[in-house]
Design a binder for this molecule. Structure first.
Ligand code: ZN
Length: 478
């Protein structure tokens, strides 16, 4: 029977959900605090694992390659660095071909669709012979993004200090890189820059040499790793086409832009504090928001409450799969993303379907929302309602914690990780654990943990599934 997920269901309240999201985003600068050591321990009374989801075993090298393929594909589809272009991918494999669903925060335009058609054709060509036409296509589509990376570097800043580097190979390659930066933007320029960046990236101690000895070395290094990652994406596509033949036959499903969800009348700050069972006064503002006046807090809160809602690319993919009656447990249990997920998307994916991703950057975007979704299976509608209720509880629980004081971490994974290790290595563990802790505290409050029975918890970063290991050695996926 076809059902519709709406915010009118018992126990759901969109206005409250939005207000709590805005309050949490306001008080912590949109980023959540890493967990304490104590908070990473779990109790022994967890809910049963989601019966719809196949339990994953250890991922194989082939699975790692597929995960890298999905992440690299999301990256090259995201042709510009702005948030509107954040992209996600997921896929279902058949014997002789692969279906790939693609979503972008601000929807895919005609150029993106043409790019996907060409990409599919070039991947087919890779089955016959490795050639440069796929590489040229990637360069052309991503010119805006590559231009941003190149703009972070000024050759003049670095040429003078190059002599401080003793490694001759490194010095020569860097010199070529900086010479090329000065050329006018073109496919040839970015081709050379990306290849040189990958060469530099693969030199041992390159990061230390650049950051320690060159003026503005951090900017230069950031540019190098992003450009190198782009070249690495091409090599990943070649690798998967050569090792798993069905990836030479890709069928793309670009997901159309979702209409901006409507908003209920916004709650005032005092009403939102009421949800936390707190009065609105200077003490509670200092405790739950920041050391600012009530008027200031009210003004900042109202500003957020007025903003329109967004459906992030991750949610767009889930919505599309549900409406197409494609069982999420039948797709490859990993979602490729051009960036790490925000706190809300990661929490949603973890609770709703356990699909793995590259990790979470910990930020909470106040305009995040789940749209009303019609034409879905009744069971999925119930699961969605349950998930939203659990996220609501998590928001309340996060708001009851002391205000964090830590600094921000970048959204992107490229600045914090190596670029060619198997997937999962580009996850910042603390932020991934943040999600797990939030879930843990929630489940602990729901299922009455016996704290005298402290149990170990395993959170595999490459496939963020929780397992509770009891003192008897029994393993329960959560
Ligand atoms: Zn998100």
């Amino acid at each position: 029977m076809s059902s519709r997920f709406t915010w009118d269901a018992p126990g759901l309240n969109k206005g409250q959900f939005i207000a709590l999201t805005n309050l949490l985003s306001l008080r912590n600068g949109r980023q959540l605090q890493p967990p304490s050591e104590q908070a990473s321990e779990f109790g022994n009374d967890f809910p049963q694992s989601n019966p719809r989801v196949k339990q994953r075993t250890d991922s194989s090298p082939e699975d790692d390659l597929k995960q890298r393929f999905l992440d690299r594909l999301a990256e090259v589809i995201s042709k510009d660095k702005r948030v509107e272009y954040v992209a996600c991918t997921t896929m279902k494999e058949y014997q002789d071909h692969v279906k790939v669903w693609v979503a972008c925060n601000d929807g895919l335009d005609e150029n993106d669709k043409a790019f996907l058609c060409s990409f599919s054709a070039k991947m087919s060509a890779l089955a016959i012979i490795q050639q440069n036409s796929l590489w040229n296509l990637l360069l052309k589509h991503n010119t805006p993004r590559l231009g941003v990376y190149a703009s972070w570097v000024s050759s003049k800043d670095h040429q003078l200090s190059l002599n401080t580097i003793c490694d001759e190979n490194m010095k020569k390659t860097l010199n070529d890189f900086l010479d090329t930066i000065e050329h006018r933007s073109s496919t040839n320029k970015f081709d050379r820059l990306c290849c040189l960046a990958l060469q530099i990236r693969d030199i041992p101690s390159a990061q230390k040499m650049i950051q320690d000895y060159l003026k503005n070395g951090k900017c230069l290094w950031k540019s190098i790793i992003f450009l190198a990652r782009f070249r690495r994406a091409y090599l990943t596509f070649c690798e998967i086409a050569q090792t798993i033949p069905r990836f030479c036959s890709l069928e793309f499903f670009p997901i159309p832009k979702i209409i901006t969800p409507c908003k209920p009348p916004p709650l005032k700050l005092a009403d939102t504090f009421h949800l936390l069972r707190q009065p609105l006064n200077t003490t509670t503002v200092h405790r739950f928001v920041a050391r600012i006046s009530i008027q200031d807090a009210q003004q900042r809160f109202d500003q957020r409450q007025k903003q329109s809602l967004h459906v992030h690319a991750e949610l767009q993919i889930v919505q599309h799969l549900l409406q197409s009656h494609i069982h999420i447990e039948d797709i490859f249990q990993y979602m490729g993303c051009s960036k790490r997920n925000c706190f809300m998307c990661k929490t949603f994916l973890h609770i709703f379907c356990h699909v793995g991703t590259r990790g979470c950057h910990g930020k909470l975007y106040n305009q995040w929302s789940i749209p009303e979704i019609s034409g879905i299976d009744d069971q999925m509608m119930q699961e969605l309602e349950k998930t939203v209720k659990q996220i609501l509880e998590i928001l309340l629980q996060e708001l009851s914690k002391p205000i964090p004081t830590c600094g921000a971490v970048p959204d992107s994974s490229a600045g914090t990780t190596t670029i060619h290790t198997p997937m999962g290595s580009d996850i910042t563990p603390d932020w991934d654990r943040q999600i797990l802790n939030a879930l843990h505290t929630y489940f602990a409050s729901q299922w009455r943990i016996d704290w005298s029975q402290r149990l170990a918890v395993s959170a595999t970063l490459a496939q963020p599934y929780l397992s509770v290991i009891t003192a008897k050695g029994e393993i329960y996926p959560v």
